[in-house]
Design a protein around this ligand. Structure first.
Ligand SMILES: *[C@@H]1O[C@H](CO)[C@@H](O)[C@H](O)[C@H]1NC(C)=O
Ligand SMILES: *[C@@H]1O[C@H](CO)[C@@H](O)[C@H](O)[C@H]1NC(C)=O
Ligand SMILES: *[C@@H]1O[C@H](CO)[C@@H](O)[C@H](O)[C@H]1NC(C)=O
Ligand SMILES: *[C@@H]1O[C@H](CO)[C@@H](O)[C@H](O)[C@H]1NC(C)=O
Ligand SMILES: *[C@@H]1O[C@H](CO)[C@@H](O)[C@H](O)[C@H]1NC(C)=O
Ligand SMILES: *[C@@H]1O[C@H](CO)[C@@H](O)[C@H](O)[C@H]1NC(C)=O
Ligand SMILES: *[C@@H]1O[C@H](CO)[C@@H](O)[C@H](O)[C@H]1NC(C)=O
Ligand SMILES: *[C@@H]1O[C@H](CO)[C@@H](O)[C@H](O)[C@H]1NC(C)=O
Ligand SMILES: *[C@@H]1O[C@H](CO)[C@@H](O)[C@H](O)[C@H]1NC(C)=O
Ligand SMILES: *[C@@H]1O[C@H](CO)[C@@H](O)[C@H](O)[C@H]1NC(C)=O
Length: 359
């Protein structure tokens, strides 16, 4: 029953969302590559992106076609207008058998324009004979001081005491990322070639992963061997200048009508956001559309009786014969005359006798 209700609500929500569609890409531009929606400032061709850093290459040799950031091998799975780019990134592995090392790879990622989200990702290593390091480059740092290294290590000799569901330091180690990293390389080493633990942990692994998609499981000590790539979140923004710098200079401001500029939490440049009461793509001219709060199923207007939409807002009112502000969390609507009559009647028969008795 509950499930049916949820399905119904979800269906209704989907219906109203598609009914109130807003433009995603520039006019005349494709807004999809396979499963990935491509909102402007990103685009698939020169006329369709903001600048070359926002090029998405759509490779049609895959089915469905796959989206890549610029001309790189960086696989894009989702782009949000809140300044996030979801990609897939290789996991580092260092594997052994009784004869020694069998397989090892050192993945790295270099972003030309954007940075790795410190808020959304963590650096993780998995293994029981594992020393892993992440060497990062800080994009905007003074030139000679822009590299840093952070590490994680874990040693254990039995699967028995590896907790199944938390990355506790036993068989799994995690640490946070610095702000402003646009380039990193991962390295892994082992002290004993995994000898004595080959049966349950033949490999060490290390990777950057989207925090909320990572749940450690004991089985990872063996099974991550079969995993190629994991999800990572990138922070994107427009240009190098902050909102204040753009405002006071003659620089082009990418934020269009009914939107405001805001500075990102990580890195420089700026992002645009539709004003309250508007929704859509703030980077497109006419891209932020008024939300009709009175009919939109995704917002709950707070009118008890009559709701009237206005640009960026809505007003509540009461029908004839009622007074009040018409708001759920305000006075609501109160009937004018009858309530007054009831008040007097109640006053006469309840209040007065009591008042009399108390004397
Ligand atoms: C594309 O989307 C469909 C439906 O949402 C899903 O079944 C499929 O797995 C997706 N394909 C890829 C490559 O993500
Ligand atoms: C598309 O992907 C295939 C397979 O990875 C590759 O050979 C080809 O060069 C790519 N095409 C473009 C236009 O990048
Ligand atoms: C890109 O990401 C998709 C979705 O997660 C994944 O299925 C696919 O294997 C990746 N493609 C490449 C070329 O890495
Ligand atoms: C270890 O792996 C190598 C390469 O995969 C293989 O040639 C060798 O026979 C393996 N040794 C053992 C003891 O399994
Ligand atoms: C690990 O294996 C390598 C060969 O792959 C060997 O040279 C080295 O001595 C081994 N180290 C230990 C501690 O077993
Ligand atoms: C560990 O957790 C995984 C996934 O949550 C579960 O499938 C598995 O059965 C658990 N294993 C043990 C030994 O508890
Ligand atoms: C991780 O575990 C939590 C709580 O057990 C669960 O809500 C969440 O869906 C899991 N996430 C993934 C990606 O498996
Ligand atoms: C802002 O939104 C209002 C109401 O939807 C609309 O009339 C107006 O044209 C928009 N302004 C711009 C510059 O897009
Ligand atoms: C309605 O009221 C709730 C609670 O006061 C508030 O969180 C919400 O933003 C209001 N909705 C609108 C559309 O103003
Ligand atoms: C909408 O109007 C109400 C009062 O009518 C006001 O309190 C509120 O701040 C307005 N919201 C916006 C986003 O302008």
């Amino acid at each position: 029953m509950l499930f049916l209700f949820i399905t119904l609500v979800a269906a209704l929500l989907a219906a109203t969302l598609s009914a109130q569609e807003f433009p995603i890409a520039r006019a005349g531009c494709k807004d999809r590559c396979g499963n990935v929606t491509i909102p402007f400032p990103f685009g698939l061709t020169e006329d369709c992106y903001y600048d070359a850093g926002f090029l998405i290459s759509c490779n049609h040799t895959f089915s469905p076609p796959k989206a890549f950031l610029t001309a790189s091998a960086i696989n894009v799975t989702e782009i949000t207008l809140e300044g996030k780019l979801h990609i897939e990134q290789f996991i580092a592995k260092d594997c052994y058998n009784a004869s020694g090392q069998t397989d090892s790879n050192i993945p790295s990622l270099t972003l030309s324009k954007f940075i790795i989200s410190d808020a959304d990702n963590i650096f993780v290593s998995v293994g029981c004979d594992t020393i892993a390091s992440l060497r990062g480059n800080l994009k905007e740092a003074a030139s000679n001081e822009n590299k840093y290294t952070v590490g994680c290590m874990s040693f254990c000799d039995s699967l028995k005491y590896v907790p199944n569901d938390t990355c506790s330091g036993i068989g799994c180690c995690q640490t946070s990322l610095a702000k402003g990293v646009d380039d990193f390389t991962i390295a892994i080493a082992s002290l004993n070639n995994h000898s004595g633990i080959l049966d349950f942990n033949p490999c060490s692994y290390a990777f950057i992963i989207e925090k909320k998609k990572f749940n450690f499981s004991r089985s990872y000590l063996r099974d991550l061997k079969n995993v190629g790539k994991l999800p990572v979140v990138i922070d994107w923004s427009i240009g190098k200048n902050s909102c204040a710098e753009v405002k006071k200079s003659s620089l082009y401001n990418a934020c269009q009508g009914n939107s405001t500029c805001h500075d990102p939490d990580n890195g420089n440049g700026y992002l645009c956001r539709c004003l309250d009461g508007y929704r859509g793509n703030p980077y497109l001219s006419g891209g932020c559309l008024d939300i009709d709060e009175c009919t939109d199923a995704t917002v709950s207007h707070n009118c008890t009786h009559i709701c009237t939409n206005s640009p960026g807002n809505y007003t509540c009112s009461c029908p004839k014969g009622y007074h009040g502000d018409g708001r759920k969390n305000g006075d609501g609507c109160i009937r004018r005359h009858r309530s007054l009559v009831i008040y007097i009647v109640v006053g006469k028969f309840v209040y007065h006798p009591l008042h009399f008795q108390s004397r």
